[in-house]
Design a protein around this ligand. Structure first.
Ligand code: FAD
Length: 257
């Protein structure tokens, strides 16, 4: 059988469906793999949900949901959390009635089911959060707030353990050199490009979506400049581009748009 594949409207857009699917999958599938959360995992979950509650530019019911999960986690004093207790909060019908209980990939739709999907949406989510932290500096607790939450989530919960190891290697090498929220957004962008370079041409690459050094010139011409006949990034232009691309007004709410 030829797989039935209709290409996404554009993989160069940010879609709320992908982001909400990432939230569902992270909290109700990845975290759910642990029947009891202890130690580092409790810390990682609290930090992750705290940055989501603070920065996720979601629809009102999703923001209410994230705030209620955050409030609940903040009030947990025990060092262990049975997932069954968390699940009651995550499935509280009053607040999560509309947060879909399954995944819909749009910008992250792969040409076959094993391509793209959740990892794509997780990158998108964290890029968005680093950019949101640059817009709401008053709310922040420091340049590593979002990156630290991402590091903890990936280490504690991300199902691809090989990916987690690679990411931890990059984090241990240079994350603590990040000095501002702008640098945090750029750090994640440049590390994602390293991952893209490493994976280009491997079996994890969806042939319909080749791994690029991103953003390519068609998306951001000023991001690319030439110094002594070498292609280099103009990081100021990249930062400006990231802030526009991952801005709430650039998120498509309705994927038929
Ligand atoms: P993705 O790389 O997932 O990117 C998603 C979207 O983000 C792209 O469509 C594009 O719009 C945008 N984007 C691309 N590059 C950038 C950038 N530099 N900055 C901002 N936005 C960008 N897979 C492995 O096989 N081995 C690994 O070691 C590995 N490590 C991973 C580590 C992490 C933390 C994560 C979240 C995923 C990892 N993966 C790894 C999965 C892999 O990186 C891809 O997510 C997956 O192959 C799907 O690729 P994709 O084509 O959908 O694009």
């Amino acid at each position: 059988l030829t797989p039935c594949f209709s290409p996404p409207l554009s993989s160069s857009n940010v879609y709320m469906a992908d982001l909400e699917s990432a939230l569902h999958y992270a909290l109700r599938v990845e975290v759910a793999r642990f029947s009891v959360l202890t130690g580092e995992r409790v810390r990682a979950l609290k930090d992750f949900v705290a940055v989501l509650a603070k920065y996720f530019p979601g629809r009102p019911f999703v923001r209410n949901f994230l705030h209620s999960v955050d409030r609940w986690l903040r009030n947990v004093r025990e060092s262990r959390i049975p997932y069954s207790a968390l699940e009651l909060v995550l499935t509280n019908r009053k607040e999560v009635g509309l947060l879909s209980n399954n995944v819909t990939w749009v910008g992250c739709q792969g040409s076959e089911p094993h391509f793209r999907g959740y990892p794509c949406s997780l990158w998108t989510l964290f890029h968005l959060l680093t950019v949101q932290a640059t817009r709401h500096r008053r709310l922040g607790t420091g340049p590593l707030e979002v990156l630290g939450a991402m590091r903890g989530y990936i280490q504690s919960f991300f199902g691809c353990r090989e990916c987690a190891q690679h990411f931890e290697g990059m984090a241990a090498e240079s994350m603590d050199k990040v000095r501002s929220v702008d640098e945090a957004a750029l750090w994640l962008w440049s590390r994602h490009n390293r991952v893209n370079a490493r994976l280009a041409g491997t079996e994890t690459e969806d042939p319909q979506f080749p791994k690029l050094q991103w953003p390519p010139p068609e998306l951001c011409r000023p991001c690319h400049s030439v110094v002594k006949r070498r292609q280099v990034w103009d990081e100021a232009a990249v930062l400006q581009f990231l802030k526009a691309y991952f801005s709430p007004i650039n998120i498509f709410l309705n994927y038929t748009e």
